[in-house]
Design a protein around this ligand. Structure first.
Ligand SMILES: [Zn+2]
Length: 466
């Protein structure tokens, strides 16, 4: 890809993981503007040109959070109290959704994205369905909520793919009959997919789907529960017209499968396949409860599977067939979804740990495969295939993890990636560079001065008694 000119910057990584090349010591990394221009291994710090930034620790490419609902962050802890299911959690989530307005959503998303940057996330895929005001009334600019999210990412220093989500009805009953929208759900719907497409058209994407240097447009079908098959075509067509990523929630709960079978006589994966919604540009989120036939459809079409294991555990969803999907041909990506925690290293290791718990066998995934899911594959499924690698031409994202923390002390170079993936946490991230720009240094966010205070200030009013 073309290398954009800009100020030249250099970093020296004590250790770095270079996809395809493994862990290397003494890596001199050079960038011009937002892109890397050269990567040289085996360089001592003394041999670096003046002005080179030293990065002690272990450096990874940027992490991609491929599935986010920023406002769910307000439910952390609140959602963990007591008992319930996915469905009772959903009711609490609707309460928060009912209170958000463009200004409060901007404040919340800015803080949440800043938390992500502190955790090493350089790009977020925001699965955005909170489009309208109470009762479904349009804002003066019908994309005001989506634009607030794009602005929030800019203020937090991240790249964003706004996955503008089509959401048209309240769900499917167990017998397959449609459920009307009610309460906060009315804010999610455009009425029909044609009007969804019309609104998304007003976002102002260029011919490549770009909404700015840090933002691109993607699209989403919320789920087979929320979008009837005959309404899926405009979403798929938008993805084709702009080469834009297409995401959908898929088979998160057994009840979704049962209702879909009752309504249409096919599984959710079959329904999406029949609508033309599977393929290499498509990402199916969760993919938890699949038939062998579903796995064949997803793998054969090279559809990406996005796992969100901390949320899937938190919501008692189940453990998806990650290894079977990967073996069938699906690239894997990762997301923190409801933000029960924001920690991509935890998401990565839980893919393997889920396989161990469910299958009684260790080592289904090597650390390298999990790191690919967290980096290059995640960026690719968000429409940024030029990110997620430390290589010339790639977007200049770096995430450096400190090795002098209690969790990573004693790390051995030969198994450094295993240590970071299986024991590292978001709290170990010290420096983050995004598109050539410092966003986190020494564990501090450089654009959002006090991230905990920003989260407190944004979340408090959403949870206070009415
Ligand atoms: Zn989700």
């Amino acid at each position: 890809m073309p290398v954009t000119a800009g100020p030249v910057r250099r970093w020296h990584a004590e250790l770095a993981w270079l996809p395809g090349r493994g862990v290397r010591a003494g890596v001199l990394i050079e960038a011009s503007g937002p892109h890397f221009t050269a990567v040289t291994t085996g360089v001592g710090p003394a041999a670096c040109p003046p002005g080179t930034v030293l990065l002690p620790g272990f450096t990874l490419p940027g992490l991609a959070n491929a599935h986010s609902h920023a406002f769910h962050r307000a439910l952390r802890g609140v959602a963990q109290a007591g008992q319930g299911t996915f469905w009772t959690w959903r009711e609490r989530m609707y309460q928060v959704a009912g209170r958000l307005q463009p200004d409060s959503y901007l404040a919340l998303a800015r803080a949440v994205y800043a938390e992500m940057a502190l955790a090493g996330v350089t790009c977020v895929g925001e699965f955005h369905y909170l489009h309208h005001d109470a009762g479904g009334a349009r804002y003066a600019d019908p994309n005001q909520m989506g634009l607030a999210l794009i602005e929030a990412a800019a203020q937090a220093g991240l790249r964003i793919t706004l996955l503008d989500t089509c959401y048209l009805r309240g769900g499917l009953a167990a017998d397959g009959s449609p459920i009307a929208l009610s309460g906060a759900q009315e804010r999610f719907s455009d009425g029909d997919a044609a009007r969804w497409a019309e609104r998304v058209g007003e976002l102002g994407a260029d011919e490549h789907g770009m909404l700015g240097a840090h933002a691109r447009a993607g699209v989403a079908i919320h789920s087979v529960r929320a979008v009837p098959p005959e309404q899926m075509h405009p979403v798929v067509a938008w993805s084709h017209a702009f080469g834009a990523p297409l995401h959908a929630h898929l088979s998160e709960q057994p009840a979704e499968n049962e209702a879909c079978l009752a309504a249409y006589g096919v599984t959710p994966a079959q329904a999406l396949d029949q609508a033309g919604a599977l393929g290499p540009r498509s990402t199916m989120v969760h993919a938890t409860h699949l038939t062998p036939g579903d796995i064949g459809l997803l793998g054969g079409s090279r559809t990406v599977a996005c796992f969100c294991p901390t949320t899937e555990a938190d919501l008692a969803d189940g453990i998806g067939p990650a290894r079977a999907l990967a073996d069938a041909g699906c690239p894997l990506s990762l997301g923190s979804d409801s933000h029960a925690v924001v920690d991509l290293l935890a998401e990565a290791r839980l893919v393997e740990l889920g396989e161990r718990l469910a299958g009684g066998r260790r080592g289904s995934f090597r650390a390298q495969e999990l790191a690919v899911a967290a980096t290059v594959a995640g960026h690719a499924c968000l429409g940024w295939p030029e990110a997620g690698e430390i290589a010339p031409g790639a977007l200049a994202d770096l995430v450096t993890v400190a090795l002098d923390t209690p969790r990573l002390a004693g790390l051995q170079r030969g198994t450094a990636l295993e240590s970071v993936i299986f024991a590292g946490t978001a709290a170990d991230v010290r420096n983050v560079v995004i598109s050539g720009r410092d966003v986190v240094a020494g564990g501090r966010h450089l654009l959002v001065d006090d991230v905990p205070a920003a989260l407190d200030a944004a979340i408090g009013p959403l949870l206070s008694p009415a």
